[in-house]
Design a protein around this ligand. Sequence first.
Ligand code: PLP
Length: 391
Amino acid sequence: MDHESRSPLKTRTIVAQGFGAVEPVTRGLVSPIYMSTTYLRDADNGYSNGRIYGGSDNPSVQQAGALLAALEGAEDALMFGSGMAAANAVLQALDRPMHILASQGIYYGLRVWLEDVAKRTGHAVTFVDTSNLDLVRGAMRPGETGLVWIETPSNPLWSITDIAAVADIAHAAGALLCVDSTVSTPIFTRPLALGADLVVHSATKYLNGHSDVVAGGLATAERNEMWERIGRARAQIGAILGPFDAWLLMRGMRTLHVRVAAQARTAAKLASRLVGHPALSAVLYPGLRSHPGHDIALRQMVGGFGGMLSIRVKGGESAAVAVAAQVELWKRATSLGGVESLIEHRASIEGAGTPCPSDLLRLSVGLEDVDDLFMDLVQALGVTTGSFGRL
Ligand code: PLP
């Protein structure tokens, strides 16, 4: 359902009003939470209202899916119990064991799962630096590669992959392209318009935006056989979202535009102010001209470069952990995309074997004042240069 093409209104308007829906009993502007239930069968043994069972047919969950479809300009979208559940459904829906090509830098949990489960179920997986198109071309196995999985900007170096170029390469080899667009959000990038077949979100992050829901979303360019299988996989593996979480997610998505625009503005200011800090060896943010993916990001991220950045601390792992220990305003916690800013030593949470540099701190920028966030970081960075203390 392409809402923009059917309506003269912008997606932003449609999403802010939640399709302008009015609750029929009270004429309330906010939809009630439709509890999980089972639905009454007609006397003629049919289900004339199209709903059979809470697992797949819950109106609150469907409303959240419709908003995600509007945001992504998708033909359809489905909500899941988590981002990982949405990813799992894609793999479950592949019709045979095949070769999967994935970005080297992807969310670590997904990388471990791809290596573990996918290989045990007969898939072959190759990880490549998908920001390098020659490497992508070289790693494709025409006739064997069935799925290309990219994340852009990708955790935690925020490498940028050219979605349109990789879509062409994937399609030429007969493979589907699935883009994890959790970090970019549909506000900055619309992967389906750039040629991707599927978009996956950890809706836990920006789509919900308030760190109080775990959810996943998948959006599709086409309602095809693969999409049918994904829908069945969701029911078969029970990867459903509860109605209360779906309702919170709806509320979050209605303010997505303003939240992520503000987060991206603050992240960009922090990145440029942190460049050259004596305690840092690198600031990684796609909005910086020095970032290797900046030119492609300029093309495929419209209106901002997202709210995620990373810093690499001189003095290695112990210095990075010491900096994280000293912040007062930033919260030391995993996850991203909420209204409060988070700082995380990624190597610690990823554990042995992580490709994440041990001197790296990942920053998820929230909605606080940019000067407050900057000062808190600068006082914490002072621990490595001996100038520790509140400024
Ligand atoms: N994709 C990205 C980019 C993520 O950061 C995460 C979680 O951190 C996931 C997917 C998995 O999402 P969830 O935690 O909702 O299962």
